[in-house]
Design a protein around this ligand. Structure first.
Ligand SMILES: [Zn+2]
Length: 334
């Protein structure tokens, strides 16, 4: 009976395969990456880093509107939550923020695409949803680059993965879209996530963290087709090898590792949300354009973003996540 059932199932599987000649199934990873466009990123960023969000300070009404914007995007595109309650919010009590949120509670926002072959293994794409709010005079710090750029890039990547899933080309491993809060106050949201993970940390294959990818470092004005990568071979040489292969094959940005130098005084490796994954022995890549004259100023506005360049960087990250999610075996730790 069992053998018969297996034989029957293989027949069904084979017949399903034979029907996959629809035009849309001929799409490739590059076709899905190309759904991430400058125009689309710009449309979302002008809203996400608009004055209505009031600088997205953790726990404020502006930050709540930002979380709602992210959640509503996932609902609109039928991208599900991995939380048992089927809510998109992972609530964090006000007491967790050590007084830095004036006692206000906040939340991480989570959505995911379930893996087709290894659903328990997960690639985490992260960006922080909060920023520094307003100053005493009520001036708004829009945080378009920091980290509106990472936030809207993840939304676009999620939509691309969802389209692939609809076409029968969903990732083999699960992909988690993790929008963390409280970063500017001290990496609180990512720390809360790793202390209360939705996928076990053992099965968390890698974290690709994006924090500022829409601008150009003044040092790079002459050669702006670059991106700084931090930490990419700290725990897994294979992660950096995959990243390099993907870039060489599809995107051809200059990947600059200068901030990986052990004596680098900026200590960027410790300064964004990937660090909470790295300290749990999860391989990470931190994607970053470097600081610029508008960093943490009220002049970090959406009109200053280089949208074509940002789209290219987002495609690199998407294609890297695609590769990590579809490899026959997960990348190895060194
Ligand atoms: Zn940031």
């Amino acid at each position: 009976m069992k053998f018969y059932l297996i034989a029957l199932l293989s027949t069904i599987v084979l017949s399903c395969n034979s029907t996959q000649q629809l035009p849309n199934t001929k799409k490739t990873n590059v076709d899905y990456a190309n759904t991430i466009t400058a125009e689309n990123l710009k449309k979302h960023l002008y809203i996400y880093a608009g004055d209505e969000m009031e600088g997205r300070m953790t726990g404020t009404p502006g930050q709540k509107r930002a979380s709602e914007y992210i959640r509503d995007f996932y609902i609109e595109h039928d991208i599900k939550s991995p939380l048992k309650s089927n809510e998109y919010y992972q609530p964090i009590p006000g007491s967790y923020f050590n007084g830095r949120s004036k006692g206000n509670a906040s939340e991480n926002v989570l959505a995911f695409i379930k893996g087709s072959e290894f659903p328990d293994e997960v690639i985490v794409l992260s960006a922080h949803l909060d920023h520094v709010g307003t100053d005493a005079e009520g001036n708004i710090f829009n945080g378009a680059d920091d980290d509106g750029s990472g936030t809207v890039s993840i939304l676009a990547m999620a939509k691309a993965f969802k389209q692939a899933e609809k076409d029968g080309k969903g990732p083999k491993r699960s992909v988690l879209f993790l929008h963390v809060t409280g970063e500017e106050l001290g990496l609180f949201g990512s720390r809360y996530y790793v202390e209360n993970p939705i996928f076990s940390l053992e099965n968390t294959v890698a974290n690709l963290n994006i924090d500022m990818i829409g601008r150009i470092d003044p040092d790079k004005i002459e050669n702006p087709q670059y991106l700084y990568l931090i930490g990419s071979n700290t725990l897994s040489q294979e992660l950096q090898d995959v990243s390099t292969m993907v870039n060489d094959k599809y995107v051809q940005l200059e990947l600059d590792y200068k901030f990986d130098a052990p004596n680098d005084p900026n200590r960027f490796y410790y300064r964004s949300d990937h660090y909470n994954f790295a300290k749990n022995n999860i391989p990470v890549i931190f994607y970053f354009n470097g600081v610029h004259e508008d960093y943490h100023k009220m002049t970090d506005t959406p009109d200053k973003i280089e949208y074509e360049l940002m789209a290219k960087r987002a495609k690199l990250i998407f294609l890297t996540a695609w590769e990590l999610a579809n490899m026959d075996r997960r990348i190895a730790l060194d």
